[in-house]
Design a protein around this ligand. Structure first.
Ligand SMILES: Nc1ncnc2c1ncn2[C@@H]1O[C@H](COP(=O)(O)OP(=O)(O)OP(=O)(O)O)[C@@H](O)[C@H]1O
Ligand SMILES: [Mg+2]
Length: 631
């Protein structure tokens, strides 16, 4: 709804306006007409509207008081003047006549008079107080009749002159209403625009400060207020140099050159800032600074990276989860705890199933990087080309099948966190060179790209192979080994710390009883002895699997030696721990054949689902992968 007020300086105009408006087509507009004469009454009007229409000096006076509301002049048209002159001649004859009015009222009157061939002189009132003076002057020069606005006419009457009121015609009223509506609509649009602009500014993450050509601050958004600690009200209108000399906007005003991505300290806070000159026709008329707190930026970046790749980017285990009471395990954990407090790369060695991944996660969670991502990569699980693009990422079009928009590599994803290179011995030789460069330079280059991206990553790698031996054989780069193995942690196999066997066994017993709703709780002495004597080539993973099978098959509370032998025998029929048992490896071919069959059967039974196949075989997915590759 658009509300317009019209100030009528004489009664008939009020009536004319009301009549004219009765037929106004736009029903979204209301018009209030007020009869008021003279500018003195303006302050008492208390207008509440979107636009005001007024005539002559009244309009000028209203403009002074209502600065936020548009004031539209009710124009005195040429017709209005002609009508007034005509009436004057009719009513008052051929005597000397003057037209007296404010500038906006009698503008252009002289030319009309010339056309009419009338010898009438014009007096312009610049202030209301001038009106009486003008009338007196006219009378003095022999004028008998005065043509003018309501106020002038009143004065002239009082001074004994004949008078004719200039009356606005219907066309002028209509024109004024149209203009008031148009102006209001534009003003409303502008206000919405400004509100939107303000909302954008205030909800922008970035601090935004703009200055005019002189360097005075014209925009200072909420983020700028937060980042600088300077209240907006204090900053606005001040010279940037006086408020925030660190922001080099004055320099940009002089140079006209933008400065993008500069690091800068503002009031002791590190920010990344962009300084941009605003130019009109090559002349710098202002400048804008946008900036962001670097810490926030990094946190945000980390969050985004994490969100995008939510799967597997967190480490769930801590040292608390690492079970074992043997001196060996206590020492291992103690070393790992100390290592977690420093930044150097770690290499964890140990047989399969000893908890290398568990330990890697625990290290990450105990380190300062715990809030960052933990990215695990199984280097044995992917063929060379895939592993390369996974690790380092690629840009769009880098190779056939490269995803649109490219893809961030795991190193990028691990920024500010830990990357866990599992089965690191399996990295193909060529990639070892690339990996080495990443570790040396601390930056990566996506495939098909020529730009380096700095990454801050700690590398924890794991292997169950003897890497030293592999370097001697030439299949693993020695320089890479030095980079990876700055700090080494060895997890002893279970058979070297037999005290842990029963602790772990009872832990898994409780878990599995719960899981399968069983009551297997006690071991006969012989059963205990068998568990303790067994060599556990698959270490804790094997123990946990064995325990699960025992519980599933158990009938009562007690587990005896045959219960264990039954599941261990199954295990032994599967020759899965060759790398820890060279004796077996020497038995060569028929064993390999048997292995291949078992892998193939398992894959067939699970329709190629590797996780399920590995479970079926009681081996880790990794081992399964390796086997598939080796066979
Ligand atoms: N000391 C331990 N305490 C509790 N659980 C353990 C321990 N050691 C290993 N485990 C468990 O055994 C299983 C195997 O551990 P993990 O995957 O970390 O071994 P790994 O050394 O990485 O084996 P692989 O070389 O075959 O990959 C996991 O379920 C892990 O939680
Ligand atoms: Mg592992």
């Amino acid at each position: 709804m658009i509300r317009i007020a019209l100030i009528a300086p004489y009664e008939t105009l009020k009536k004319l306006a009301d009549d004219t408006f009765a037929d106004y087509p736009d029903k979204d507009v209301t018009l209030t007409t007020i009869y008021a004469i003279g500018v003195k009454v303006v302050p008492s009007l208390q207008l509440d509207c979107d636009a005001i229409i007024a005539r002559g000096a009244t309009a000028a006076a209203i403009r002074q008081i209502y600065r936020d509301i548009p004031v539209i002049d009710l124009q005195v048209t040429g017709y209005d003047i002609i009508r007034a002159v005509y009436r004057c001649r009719q009513d008052h004859g051929a005597g000397k006549v003057a037209i007296i009015g404010s500038g906006n009222m009698i503008y252009g009157v002289q030319s009309i008079l010339d056309v009419l061939g009338e010898d009438i002189c014009c007096y312009t009132i610049s202030k209301e107080d001038d009106a009486e003076f003008c009338v007196l002057q006219a009378r003095h020069s022999g004028v008998e009749a005065v043509i003018g606005g309501a106020m002038t006419v009143e004065i002239a009457k009082r001074l004994g002159l004949k008078t004719v009121l200039i009356q606005s015609g219907q066309e002028a009223v209509l024109q004024a209403i149209d203009e008031a509506v148009r102006t209001t609509r534009v003003a409303l649009q502008e206000r919405a625009h400004a509100e939107r602009f303000k909302a954008i500014m205030d909800y922008a993450y970035e601090g935004i400060i703009a200055v005019d050509g002189e360097g005075c601050i014209t925009v200072f958004n909420k983020s700028a207020q937060r980042a600088t600690g300077v209240p907006r009200q204090i900053a606005l209108g001040k010279h940037i140099q006086g408020v925030l000399p660190d922001i080099r906007l004055s320099r940009v005003l002089t140079s006209g050159e933008e400065e993008i991505g500069e690091l800068q300290s503002i009031n002791g806070v590190m920010v990344a800032e962009n300084l941009i000159p605003i130019k009109i026709k090559n002349k710098v008329v202002g400048a804008v600074a946008t900036f962001q707190n670097v810490d926030k930026l990094q946190e945000l970046e980390g969050n985004i990276r994490k969100k995008i790749h939510q799967k597997g980017l967190t480490a769930k285990y801590t040292f608390q989860d690492f079970i074992g009471d043997s001196q060996e395990i206590r020492d291992t954990i103690e070393i790992a705890r100390q290592f977690s407090q420093v930044e150097s790369n770690i290499l964890i060695t140990g047989e399969t199933g000893t908890g290398k991944e568990l330990l890697a996660q625990s290290v990450h969670n105990a380190s300062d990087r715990r809030k960052g991502p933990f990215v695990a990569v199984n280097c044995a699980a992917l063929p060379e080309s895939l592993l390369e693009s996974e690790l380092f990422g690629y840009v769009e079009g880098a190779f056939t099948g490269a995803a649109k928009g490219g893809k961030a590599g795991l190193f990028e994803l691990a920024h500010q966190g830990t990357i866990f290179l599992d089965e690191v011995s399996e990295i193909p030789y060529r990639l070892q060179g690339r990996l080495l460069r990443v570790l040396q330079e601390r930056e990566i280059m996506r495939l098909g790209h020529d730009r380096v991206i700095p990454v801050d990553v700690r590398v924890v790698s794991a292997t169950n192979k003897n890497l030293k031996q592999l370097t001697r054989q030439g299949s693993f780069r020695q320089d890479l080994l030095y980079r990876l193995d700055v700090l080494g942690i060895f997890i002893p196999p279970l058979r070297k710390r037999r005290e842990d066997i029963l602790i772990l066994f009872f832990r898994y017993l409780a878990i599995n009883n719960d899981k399968f709703d069983k009551q297997a709780q006690r071991l006969t002495p012989e059963a205990k002895k068998l568990l303790l004597d067994y060599d556990w080539p698959g270490n804790v993973r094997e123990l946990s699997n064995v325990c699960e099978r025992i519980v599933v098959l158990s009938a009562g509370r007690t587990i005896d030696v045959s219960d264990i032998r039954r599941v261990l025998a199954v295990d032994e029929s599967l020759p899965e721990h060759e790398e820890q048992q060279p004796r077996r490896l020497n038995q060569a071919t028929n064993l390999r054949e048997e292995e291949r069959l078992s892998v193939r059967n398992a894959l067939a039974a699970t329709r190629g689902n590797k996780t399920k196949a590995a479970n079926l075989l009681g081996i880790s997915r990794t081992t399964l992968w390796r086997r598939i590759r080796e066979l």
